[in-house]
Design a protein around this ligand. Sequence first.
Ligand SMILES: NC(=O)c1ccc[n+]([C@@H]2O[C@H](COP(=O)([O-])OP(=O)(O)OC[C@H]3O[C@@H](n4cnc5c(N)ncnc54)[C@H](OP(=O)(O)O)[C@@H]3O)[C@@H](O)[C@H]2O)c1
Length: 234
Amino acid sequence: MITLITGATKGIGRAITFAFAEREYDLCITSRSAEDLKNMQKELLGKFPEIKIQFFAADLAVKKEREQLVAQINKSYSGLDIVVNNAGVYLGSESMLSEKEEIMRQSMEVNLFAPYDLTRSLIPLLKKSKQPHIINICSVASLQARSGAASYSVSKHAFLGFSRNLRAELMPHKIKVSSLLPGSTWSNSWAGADLPRERLMEPEDVAKVVLCAIDLSPSALMEEVVFGPMEGEF
Ligand SMILES: NC(=O)c1ccc[n+]([C@@H]2O[C@H](COP(=O)([O-])OP(=O)(O)OC[C@H]3O[C@@H](n4cnc5c(N)ncnc54)[C@H](OP(=O)(O)O)[C@@H]3O)[C@@H](O)[C@H]2O)c1
């Protein structure tokens, strides 16, 4: 299996990448930092020497870099089995009405337009797979208003809308699309928050749900799943 994971170097993306590596899936990993990607490739190959790993650094907020990433992937692969649209940005702001416009634009670029552009461009490679699957890491904020992070919530609502429509469009092509809506999960996004870690889910919990989605039989699809901390959201 050949899997592409965006935002693979930290938090949830890292946990998903390691979960796939343990299954010896070949990996194509991306993030902005080439250094982090190189270190991660080294770490993965140390533990899983059999798998093939390629990495590409790209800032998914920038359309030109998204296009370059797609060109690199097309040059390196003749097919893809799984695409995990995980990279996302959480930009807190006091008020959507008075925040700098850049907060909304940046949130939409990374959380909506990046998976929109990448997915549309990668469909021909997915069509080469026997069991193609797109996993979109949305959020509980795809369903709820978020005071203090409204632009994030708007962009995640839009991403879920994209994911649901993608599912409908790809159904006749037998390309699976799963929308995962995790709640608060321990990651860099929470660094500095004065919270006991056990109040949050672990990134590995999200990776386990990804594996559940992948493991369903070819005739079944995990369409949309909401899950979160046992003691509730903040
Ligand atoms: N943590 C939560 O509580 C939570 C809850 C629900 C949903 N989610 C969603 O889960 C996903 C992962 O969240 P996380 O908390 O694991 O995030 P994280 O720890 O901040 O990691 C984000 C990953 O994405 C990469 N990235 C960030 N901005 C990028 C950009 N502009 N271009 C390319 N790569 C970029 C980062 O690497 P670089 O910095 O090197 O680029 C990193 O690998 C996001 O979509 C988030 O919205 C998170």
